[in-house]
Design a protein around this ligand. Structure first.
Ligand SMILES: Cc1ncc(C[n+]2csc(CCOP(=O)(O)OP(=O)(O)O)c2C)c(N)n1
Ligand SMILES: [Mg+2]
Length: 357
């Protein structure tokens, strides 16, 4: 209830604040963040949005098969979080993975090729949308089983600590996944063994068609950390890339200094249906709810804050649209012109044969 009131309050502030167009006035920019970085973040968020829109279009044309879960609306979580880590740090997530892969620097052409089932895709066209993976970029998936990747993140963090490294692991979890057994087992061990993993709940308020309140005995999801005496924080303005970045940066700094884990809950919203097979609202949420949430569009909020701080003009945003459109067009051209996997690929990479990660 408190959150609903807060969200209504923010929408009210947005709609009535003529001086700043459509953006809330807080939080203000961290002066330590260079303008170039902020503009790069904006471009990245725009790329994620346009990439997902193109994916939806290609899906509708029958060029993408199987499951496909889009990230529209959650861009500030991806960009803000991954803006707080280094290339050698790890990221692991569930099946809603395109945006996080883009933020981790995975080649968007290879991501789209994977969606189209092409040999040039990130998993050679055999994994599809839910299994984007790039070992070189330390992007460890893309996992389809809800909760399946949560213990893997603890293992990755264990390896980092065991080797005396300072690499952290960001593990993204849906709100629904916090009700799965592996979530609790993993948090317990991460806290007990002091593992440098930051669990980030992307609370988009629904697990498929089930609202958080109907699936979880505890609605304030970050409070689940209390059972394991784990550092935790909630970001109610998950549409604000700067607020997300601040919370994740604090957790990352803490993990590097102490090896201790954190659980962050970032409140966000997905604009589309659960997957491409679902309608935008369906029976479980109303059009009004979706429209209300869209007034807190992360791209609009960020653009307004950049303008307000004098870091970008309308011209910048117009050019950004053109630049990003060219990138997405290149992805489509690359993916469409790439070959299908050859038949002898069928049995390759099915089982891991030797070596370590
Ligand atoms: C173990 C398991 N149970 C059920 C499913 C079917 N399933 C796919 S997504 C999903 C909902 C998960 O919701 P949430 O964790 O909130 O993530 P979101 O889709 O909102 O990003 C379910 C139940 C699954 N993939 N794996
Ligand atoms: Mg969810």
């Amino acid at each position: 209830m408190r959150r609903q009131l807060l969200s209504q309050h923010l929408v009210h502030v947005l709609m009535n604040n003529s001086a700043i167009g459509s953006a809330p006035s807080k939080p203000t920019r961290d002066p330590g963040l260079p303008p170039d970085t902020l503009l790069k973040w904006y471009d990245e968020m725009l790329l994620i949005r346009r990439f997902e829109e193109k994916s939806a279009q290609l899906y509708g044309m029958g060029k993408i098969g199987g499951f496909c879960h889009l990230y529209n609306g959650q861009e500030a979580v991806s960009t803000g979080s991954l803006g707080a880590i280094n290339p050698e740090d790890y990221v692991i997530t569930a099946y809603r993975d395109h945006g996080l892969a883009i933020s981790k620097g995975v080649d968007p052409r290879a991501i789209l090729a994977e969606l189209l089932g092409k040999h040039t895709g990130t998993t050679k066209g055999k994994g599809g949308s839910m299994h984007i993976f790039d070992r070189e970029k330390n992007f460890l998936g893309g996992h389809a089983i809800v909760g399946g990747h949560i213990p893997i993140a603890a293992g990755v963090a264990f390896a980092s600590k065991y080797r005396g490294e300072k690499r952290v692991c960001l593990c993204f979890i849906g709100d629904g996944a916090t009700n799965i057994g592996t979530f609790h087992e993993s948090l317990n061990l991460a806290a007990l063994w002091k593992l440098p993993v930051i669990y980030i709940i992307e609370n988009n308020k629904y697990g498929m068609g089930t609202a958080v309140a109907r699936a979880s005995a505890v609605e304030e999801l970050h409070q689940k950390a209390a059972a394991y005496d784990m550092r935790n924080e909630v970001v109610e303005s998950g549409y604000d890339v700067l607020a997300v970045h601040k919370a994740v940066k604090a957790a990352v700094d803490h993990a590097r200094a102490t090896y201790e884990p954190s659980l962050l809950e970032i409140q966000t919203f997905r604009y589309r249906g659960h997957s491409m097979s679902d309608p935008v609202s369906g029976h479980y949420r109303t059009k009004e709810e979706v429209e209300t949430q869209k007034k807190l569009d992360p791209l609009v909020v960020f653009a307004e804050s950049l303008k307000r701080d004098g870091l970008a003009s309308d011209e910048y945003f117009e050019n950004a649209e053109k630049r990003i459109k060219a990138v997405v067009d290149e992805c489509v051209e690359f993916a469409e012109n790439s070959p299908e996997p050859p038949a002898d690929e069928l049995w390759k990479d099915v089982y891991f044969e030797r070596g370590g990660f």
